[in-house]
Design a protein around this ligand. Structure first.
Ligand code: ADP
Ligand code: MG
Length: 361
């Protein structure tokens, strides 16, 4: 048997003429936390619901612990779920809500009592047994939904935007609690979100989806530092794109001739052949900005056109002499550069990536 808890192979879903999910493949390893991340409508929920068994795939194969479950009903898949609207029974107490699934499975009274106590303790809800959902905060209700899923001891937990109904402060706290719990219980988790911070901070690996397809599957650091496509570079974080063509290549080291004629030195893990039309990518936090001359490689010049102050962070927009707009983020600053000021900008070659133009672009 393979070490993969979930295997998704070429799964698709057609709704009439709409291909909601088109050829999606990825695996989730034992104990791994994997997120599906992408914009609204890209097919995350449909993918998760196919894995859960609530939506019948139009094609492809789904395996859980090596077993083909593609056409099994949800209750035969040994998966747990937590959905966006936690849908607690409003007239049942916390303990009754958590016990509900166990009763359906005809577990003994003692077993249910112990399991409910254990799940509530795990989720920090001991003492709330007799409350009704409306007597709880949003975060506590969310934890009841989690306790209810955990009580069934799923080998694999599927979650669809479980934190998106909470306010920001609570979301950040719950994110940590959930991740901590998942790691402690070594629970295989597939997590759907459109929130990149959530996906980056919680996951071992992230599956980036766009229009029903997978753009990239990688660890968070890898996604951000070495995005495979323009979509990933743009969707995860903020990035600057400069159009050019590869003028020279020496292994990972590339020279990119920009449309402006200037040459940028870049370092790219993936080899790119000379003559390839590319986009050079520079993250705003990698940009060095000076109001005096800088000499050396990768120096661009321009003018500040906008500064946005966020307290700990200053974000500048600059119009380069080439006409391109470039953004820079500065964290340690003593003053703000005024609009209209002439600036010298540079980025180290190892902070410049390239993405070959995708076909049809
Ligand atoms: P996400 O969760 O990424 O926001 P969804 O998986 O919910 O996206 O939806 C993907 C696409 O499929 C959307 O265009 C959506 O409108 C469509 N869709 C989802 N469910 C159905 C359905 N039951 N019938 C028809 N179209 C659907
Ligand atoms: Mg969704």
């Amino acid at each position: 048997m393979s070490n993969e808890s979930i295997q998704v192979q070429g799964i698709m879903k057609r709704y009439g003429s709409l291909l909601a999910v088109e050829d999606v493949s990825f695996n989730v390893g034992q104990g791994e936390f994997v997120s599906l991340l992408g914009p609204s409508g890209c097919g995350k929920t449909t993918t998760l619901r196919m894995i859960a068994g609530f939506v019948d795939p139009s094609g492809g194969v789904l395996r859980v612990h090596g077993r083909d479950v593609t056409h099994l009903p949800p209750e035969k898949r040994e998966l747990g779920f937590v959905f966006q609207n936690y849908a607690l029974w409003p007239h049942m107490t916390v303990a009754e809500n958590v016990a509900f699934g166990l009763k359906l499975r005809k577990k003994s009274r003692n077993f249910i009592r112990d399991k409910v106590a254990e799940s509530l303790s795990t989720t920090g809800l001991s003492g709330y047994e007799d409350r009704l959902p409306r007597q709880l905060s949003g975060g506590q209700q969310q934890r009841v939904a989690l306790a209810r899923a955990l009580a069934l001891e799923p080998q694999v937990l599927l979650m669809d935007e479980p934190l998106s109904n909470l306010d920001r402060a609570l979301r950040v706290t719950m994110r940590r609690e959930l991740k901590e719990l998942q790691a402690r219980m070594k629970m295989t988790t597939l997590y759907v979100t459109h929130d990149q911070e959530e996906a980056l901070s919680m996951s071992n690996r992230v599956v980036i989806m766009n229009k029903g397809r997978v753009e990239q599957v990688a660890a968070p650091y890898e996604l951000y530092e070495n995005p495979a496509t323009s979509f990933v570079a743009d969707f995860v974080g903020i990035t600057n794109f400069l159009e050019g063509i590869v003028a020279g290549a020496d292994g990972e080291r590339l020279a990119v001739k920009l449309v402006s004629g200037q040459v940028l030195r870049a370092v790219n893990k993936k080899p790119v052949a000379p003559g390839t039309k590319v986009r050079a990518l520079i993250r705003p936090e990698r940009v060095t900005l000076k109001t005096g001359r800088i000499d050396g490689d990768n120096v661009l010049t321009g003018q500040v056109i906008l500064s946005e102050y966020f307290g700990a962070l200053l974000r500048y927009s600059m119009r380069l002499d080439s006409g391109d707009i470039l953004r820079a983020e500065v964290h340690n600053f003593d003053s703000v550069i005024e609009n209209g000021t002439r600036v010298w900008i540079c980025a180290l070659p190892e902070h410049v990536r390239v993405i070959a133009h995708e076909k049809g672009v």
